[in-house]
Design a protein around this ligand. Structure first.
Ligand code: PLP
Length: 386
């Protein structure tokens, strides 16, 4: 692969060289915990024990770094394990984090409850409001600005370039959770972010058959990458070789999946927006979305996630979420199959009663890549039951 290979070529070839022994086009899955040494310390390729390194994980980490335009990728057992390793390495008691007010509930819970107990404080703000972020930063104490864009579940769009500039001026680390967009649609490092986080469980894994997470570091963050690499090794939340293989395999079709997710989601968003039972549709692909122009600038597609606010409130939201058939009621997102979720009672139950609470009237849809007419028929049937 040439150094200047484009995204779709990198997705298929980065880290995925054929096996030199047999010529197998797909590199083998190294289901091994340990490696024979040629005399004490005589390692072949640097591999000693699979918590420290495994060729299948290395292949995925190379692929992830190539997709996000970073200098190093690290693959973890889950998205939260990746977040934990990063924060544990970057923060010390007394430090402060500024975090979006519409992020994945588990991220907020991690910072509030786990890091809170270790003396790390946080402020929850709307990261799509630059002045609010500026006002929340405590110079010298704020060490991390945590941005999720599009956000979960209200699909707020935050200006990554402006936030990264603000972060640089304040001497803090700007971290972008790129799970919703995936690198096929948005590359935060090219906009100035220092670290990109993924729940690879979602679009990168793409088939709802694994749990995984990743970090990718921007140029200039070599030292931090090294330190987090040590945390990964020493604390041990690595991805298994088989999960790493499944993720690498899925990444090869990421672009085509994201294109279809985006097309289907736009059609569903438009249908929902036309129904009187739906008070609001949160989808950045709609011209009515407050972040539409910014999203069109910093993303190359609007993705497969959208949320709606039901005019009938919480009761209608419960009914809608339990009425669809093709859209299966389940947590998670980003798979080829469509899912429906009631954040207030499911994915975001842990932030109820906090400043990141999601209204009960919201329903979130992860629009899959099934035939769009079948998806629309399912939505129509659920709307008819409102
Ligand atoms: N970030 C986002 C945006 C998510 O939606 C999730 C999970 O839903 C996570 C992080 C956490 O990832 P995981 O569930 O793989 O630990």
């Amino acid at each position: 692969m040439h150094d200047d290979a484009r995204f779709d070529t990198r997705a298929i070839h980065a880290g995925q060289e054929f096996d030199p022994t047999t010529g197998a086009v797909i590199p083998p899955v190294y289901l091994t915990s340990t490696y024979v040494q040629d005399g004490i310390g005589g390692l072949r390729g640097g591999y000693e024990y699979s918590r420290g390194g495994n060729p299948t994980r290395t292949a995925l980490e190379t692929q992830l770094a190539a997709l996000e335009g970073g200098i190093r990728g690290l693959s973890f057992a889950s998205g939260l394990a990746a977040e934990d390793a990063l924060l544990r390495t970057a923060l010390r008691p007394g430090d402060h984090v500024v975090i979006g007010n519409d992020v994945y509930g588990g991220t907020h819970r991690l910072i509030r409850r786990i890091f809170g107990d270790w003396g790390v404080t946080h402020s929850t703000v709307d990261t799509s409001d630059l002045d609010a972020v500026r006002g929340a930063v405590e110079l010298g104490t704020t060490k991390v600005l945590w941005v999720e864009t599009p956000s979960n579940p209200l699909m707020k769009i935050s200006d990554v370039a402006a936030l990264a500039e603000l972060g640089q001026e304040a001497g803090l680390l700007t971290v972008v959770d790129n799970t919703f967009a995936s690198p096929a649609l948005q590359q935060p490092i090219s906009l100035g972010a220092d670290v990109v986080v993924h729940s690879t469980t979602k679009y990168l894994g793409g088939h709802s058959d694994l749990i995984g997470g990743a970090l990718v570091f921007a140029a200039g963050q070599e030292e931090l990458a090294e330190q987090v690499g040590f945390t990964q090794f020493a604390a041990g939340a690595v991805s298994s070789p088989f999960d790493a293989f499944l993720t690498s395999r899925a990444i090869k079709t990421l672009s085509v999946r994201m294109q279809r997710h985006s097309e289907n989601a736009l059609a569903i968003a438009e249908r929902l927006a036309a129904h009187p039972g739906v008070a609001r549709v949160f989808y950045p692909g709609l011209a009515s979305h407050p972040g539409h122009e910014l999203a069109a600038r910093q993303m190359s597609g609007f993705g497969g996630m959208l949320s709606i606010e039901l005019a009938g409130g919480g009761e209608a939201a419960h009914r809608f979420a339990e009425s669809t058939e093709l859209f299966q009621l389940a947590e998670s997102l980003g798979g080829v199959e469509s899912l429906v979720n009631h954040p207030w009672s499911m994915t975001h139950a842990s932030v109820r009663g906090t400043d990141a609470e999601v209204p009960e009237s919201i329903v979130r849809l992860s629009v899959g890549i099934e035939d769009v007419d079948d998806l629309l028929a399912d939505i129509d049937a659920a709307l008819a039951r409102l």
